[in-house]
Write a protein that binds this ligand. Structure first.
Ligand code: FAD
Ligand code: MG
Ligand code: MG
Ligand code: MG
Ligand code: MG
Length: 553
């Protein structure tokens, strides 16, 4: 089932070569990239574009550094500082790469083409639609907002997904303050207008709440002294805690800080309806409660783009939220389509599904049993193909495979350490419980883009040495030349306002407070995609330190 992502190339290239070799060099393969977000740009940056005919399609001709979007909502950082024109990023590769500012509205896998609609108006015929064909398609379309069909959310809430969203929020925050400052507004009305509600206690919602609070206490109280007492910030979270994807210590730290800051955190509440002036939420213990509000920001979960939904229908991936790919990031059942970033997720193969094959591969002497040496000889390959084996051993504090086998066969075989298939199965039977799904983050998207580019750069070698290092895992994927994609988690930050942040770094290292905020500044400055945006961001921070934020709309 997990047929060869890059093997497909090896096969078809063989045919092409024979038909085209005689006169001219074979034409370059066409690579079409959909999307210029984290995944798409990271792929393009590392791709050797001279090897392919590359076309990039996205309705936005820039890349946006999303982790700083919450800072844009309050003017801590300017919108211009976090975007980089895509043509600028591709400057050095420009002659090899074409960019079309358009939206893809249909992927046609059978015709190997994508249907697009211009994002900059129509052409002279009054028609802005066109078709682009590909040999390889890289789908990096990201995700959209998810309202879970809650009534009134689309109409009444703000979102925080795109640069425009952050700019809209910024204007509206200021509008609320000006509105509440007008004459003849009752106190009750002021309280309502200045009630800012954030729905969703994930990293984005929390960071936005923290930004709002800082804007308020550092800048707005001085500018709007008459109404400062009417301002309130509320976070509504359906789970028991905010930041529940972080270490418990961080969640607690954040909740306590917010309590001191006067940010109300309503956990265990699910928003069921939003009207133009009331948010209705429900909790198990308190039932339905409605609160008046001035501005609501919805940041609760991500959804599927229509074009992805349509494509999943086509290829039979129904009832899914994101495209399923194999460990080499190739979309299941599609030979030439890869998907990376938020629009995709990897289905890790279970070792128990392949257990007989793995056993046969390891049993080099066909004895029907495995010796410790036989197992050790293939252990590395097994761990590459099935990372859950390593994760399982680590979680059980096992040092090597011997412990795993001892568990299965008991003490009787202790000396000989020879296992038959049943014992081998038993030894590995719990391993698949450690299959982990990876999160929808910029970090993942960027690593996937980088990985896929490396694979594309080395496709020639793949053709020449199709066996590769994974020769033993012959479960249909034995001819892959590349190691499967492996996510390397480098940690995550949660800025909490007041020059404080929390961080969770690899090796269970948790840090919180002012020094972590400085770490955050340096990491986010270094992660900027160009020296230009790095300068802009750092100078925005400096300006904010010295002069405060700009509160004009
Ligand atoms: P995106 O970056 O969203 O890119 C999608 C691209 O596809 C865009 O260029 C878009 O214009 C384009 N596109 C959309 N529709 C079409 C179409 N029909 N045709 C062609 N092109 C199309 N992650 C972290 O790791 N750390 C953080 O601190 C962090 N903070 C975040 C803060 C906010 C406010 C948000 C919204 C996200 C944050 N994330 C963070 C998550 C991170 O931004 C995403 O995981 C990441 O953007 C996913 O990358 P992507 O390339 O899959 O999608
Ligand atoms: Mg992208
Ligand atoms: Mg992006
Ligand atoms: Mg993903
Ligand atoms: Mg044997």
């Amino acid at each position: 089932a997990s047929g060869g992502g890059l093997v497909a190339y090896a096969d078809s290239a063989g045919e092409n070569a024979s038909s085209e070799t005689s006169q001219e060099a074979p034409r370059k393969k066409k690579v079409v990239v959909l999307g210029t977000g984290w995944a798409g740009t990271s792929f393009l940056k590392d791709l050797d574009c001279s090897k392919y005919e590359v076309k990039v399609i996205s309705p936005r001709n820039y890349f946006a550094f999303t982790p700083l979007l919450p800072s844009v909502t309050c003017g801590t950082v300017e919108a211009r500082s976090i975007v980089e024109p895509i043509r600028k990023m591709l400057e050095k590769k420009r002659k090899d790469v074409a960019f079309y500012e358009a939206e893809c509205f249909k992927i046609d896998a059978s015709k190997k083409a994508v249907h697009c609609r211009s994002a900059v108006g129509t052409n002279f015929d009054g028609n802005g639609d066109f078709m682009v064909d590909y040999d390889y398609l890289v789908v990096a379309l990201g995700a959209t907002v998810n309202t879970f069909n809650t009534p009134g959310v689309m109409e009444n809430c703000y979102f925080l997904k795109e640069v425009e969203d952050a700019q809209k929020i910024r204007r509206n925050v200021i509008d609320c303050f000006e509105k509440a400052s007008l004459p003849n507004i009752s106190e009750e009305e002021k309280r309502k207008i200045l009630h800012f509600v954030i729905i969703g206690g994930g990293p984005t919602g929390v960071e936005f709440a923290a930004e709002m609070h800082d804007f308020l206490v550092e800048d707005l109280v001085k500018l709007y002294p008459a109404i400062q007492d009417f301002v309130k910030i509320t976070i509504i979270q359906s789970g028991e805690h905010i930041l529940n994807m972080f270490d418990q210590r961080i969640a607690t730290f954040a909740e306590m800080k917010f309590q001191r800051d006067g940010i109300e955190v309503n956990t265990g509440f699910r928003v069921v309806k939003v009207s133009d002036d009331l948010i209705t939420m429900k909790s198990k213990s308190l039932g339905e409660v409605s609160v008046p509000y001035g501005m609501a920001v919805w940041s609760a979960g991500i959804g599927t783009r229509p074009v992805i939904m349509d494509f999943m229908q086509q290829i039979g991936q129904t009832n899914r939220r994101v495209l399923a790919t194999n460990e080499w990031l190739r979309v299941h059942e599609c030979d030439n389509i890869y998907a990376i970033g938020d629009c995709a997720s990897i289905t890790q193969r279970k070792i128990m599904d392949d257990i007989s094959t793995v056993f046969k591969m390891a049993d080099k002497d066909n004895s029907g049993t495995l010796t410790l040496k036989e197992i050790n000889d293939v252990l590395e390959d097994i761990c590459i193909r099935y990372p859950q084996v390593e994760l399982y051993m680590k979680s059980m504090h096992m040092l090597d495979i011997r412990d795993l086998i001892k568990d299965a066969i008991g003490d009787s075989h202790k000396e000989s350490m020879v296992v038959n298939i049943e014992e081998f199965k038993k030894a590995l039977s719990h391993v698949d419980s450690q299959v982990k799904s990876i999160p929808a983050t910029a970090q993942v998207a960027a690593q996937q883009g980088h990985y896929l580019a490396e694979c594309f750069n080395k496709m020639d070698q793949c053709k020449e040495h199709p066996e590769g290092p994974l020769r033993m895992t012959g479960t249909g994927s034995g001819r892959h030349n590349f190691r499967p994609f492996r996510y390397k988690h480098l940690g995550q930050f949660a800025p909490l306002g007041g020059e404080q942040a929390a961080a969770e770094l690899p090796g269970d290292w948790v840090s919180m407070g002012h020094s972590t905020q400085w770490l955050w500044y340096s990491v986010y400055a270094s992660k900027q995609v160009s020296w230009r945006t790095r300068m802009l961001v750092v100078s925005d921070w400096t300006r904010r330190f010295i002069f405060g934020r700009d509160s004009s709309r």
